[in-house]
Design a protein. Structure first.
Length: 430
């Protein structure tokens, strides 16, 4: 009898042990190998990965790892259906989902914008924070707090008539955006993560009498050295352009060379296309001034000239200007003056002067710049006389777009970007 009881207890103990073993095995089976977790995460959108930071130390480590961020971006860019977004500057910074634009001009409603935020304690917008930093350092000697409603600050930052917005979008490339919230201040900014890095300043060259007269920037990615670069052109009073380039990997500026071009075509940032930054500048050739496209190759860090199309300067207005742009991956030149125009010049084969073609459109404009193409390449988003316009090149249909809660009538700038985990503060450490 006693033996039977002991056998029953032994069986119960064995069963309990088996249950515990099964539970432990079941629990362990739920834990995936780190290598597999990495392969899963790297295929998710950057925004989603950022939300997973708090799940575990592994998730946080991967999402903060520069090597993982670079691999994630490389995989994203290889994807044919890469998800682009639009960053808009109009008294603040906003992100727009380009997929919401749809597939037809007639079916578009006002776009919905997400205000881009800077991850600080009180969660102010990145726009406000950058303005405060700039004003503290440059206008108040780094001492006092700045009231964002201070009229003196607004007047100071908008002293130049050509600046319609506080935040200028210099350019976008490989998940980072270069912006300038004030004269001479440059930041590399990731709209997806909210991280930003202020670039060191360069001492501008001074002419003998009047000092610096003009400056423009360009931003792009050098795929040969895997480096983000900012190009800066500063003109002195003698019409000499001093060119320098910033490297994110070295976090420093280098002088490139001095150029002898005039800057008759406004203060637009250079356009990144085919591995180069492009501006429209003027070459003085005896008694004849010839406009041309000046391109800076990010790989070789050399400049090359590209002629404007024959007939582009037919406009007889005294203050005629040209804006260089990117139309569906092709270099284009657009008039920008007080005369009304209805055409765009497009270079069908990059670098081939004979491939310039004039495209007539059904819209009349005084100033215009292509912003981006939609999912079908027939439709292009344009900045046209201060409005955001969706234009279909096949049907000539067009529609003015608005952004809910955003007043675009005061002027805006926009560019596309790809969501990424790239940190401007740790890039190049791997």
């Amino acid at each position: 009898m006693e033996a039977t009881k002991r056998e029953r207890r032994r069986e119960e103990d064995d069963n309990d042990g088996n249950e515990e073993t099964k539970q432990e095995a079941s629990s362990e089976s739920l834990v995936l190998p780190p290598e597999l977790i990495r392969e899963i995460l790297i295929r998710l959108p950057a925004k989603s990965i950022g939300r997973f930071k708090c799940i575990s130390k592994l998730f946080h480590s991967l999402s903060s790892d520069p090597g993982f961020a670079k691999s994630h971006l490389d995989l994203t860019l290889r994807n044919d259906s890469v998800h682009r977004k639009l960053i808009v500057s109009s008294h603040n910074l906003y992100a727009l989902d380009l997929n919401s634009i749809g597939d037809g001009c007639q079916g578009i409603r006002d776009l919905v914008a997400l205000e881009l935020s800077y991850p600080l304690k009180d969660d102010p917008s990145v726009f406000d924070e950058m303005i405060r930093v700039y004003v503290r350092d440059h206008l108040y000697g780094g001492g006092s707090e700045v009231d964002q409603d201070d009229r003196r600050v607004m007047l100071k930052l908008n002293a130049k008539s050509f600046r319609r917005n506080w935040v200028e979008i210099v350019g976008s490339s490989n998940g980072l955006v270069c912006i300038s919230p004030g004269e001479g201040a440059l930041f590399l900014y990731n709209p997806t993560t909210g991280e930003s890095k202020r670039l060191p300043e360069t001492l501008p060259p001074k002419s003998k009498e009047y000092g610096e007269q003009f400056q423009t920037f360009g931003f792009g990615f050098d795929d040969l050295t895997s480096d983000y670069k900012v190009v800066k052109l500063i003109a002195d009073n003698d019409d000499v352009l001093h060119a320098s380039v910033y490297s994110l990997k070295t976090d420093s500026w280098r002088w490139i060379r001095d150029l002898t071009y005039q800057h008759n075509d406004g203060f637009n940032s250079g356009v990144h296309l085919k591995g180069a930054i492009h501006w429209v500048l003027t070459l003085e050739d005896g008694n004849h001034n010839q406009r041309l496209v000046l391109a800076f190759d990010l790989r070789t860090e050399e400049f090359r000239e590209m002629p404007l199309p024959d007939g582009a300067e037919d406009c007889l207005h005294r203050f005629k200007n040209f804006v260089v742009g990117n139309l569906n991956g092709r270099l284009c030149v657009v008039n920008s003056c007080y005369e009304v125009h209805d055409d765009i010049w497009v270079m069908n084969e990059y670098g081939e002067a004979s491939s310039w073609r004039r495209i007539r459109i059904s819209l009349l404009y005084r100033s215009m710049k292509p912003l981006c193409s939609t999912k079908n390449s027939e439709e292009v988003l344009l900045e046209l006389d201060g409005d955001m316009v969706l234009y279909n090149f096949e049907t000539d249909a067009s529609r003015n777009l608005g952004i809910r809660g955003v007043k675009l009538s005061d002027g805006f700038e926009a560019n596309t970007y790809v969501e990424s985990l790239i940190s401007p503060n740790t890039y190049g450490l791997v």
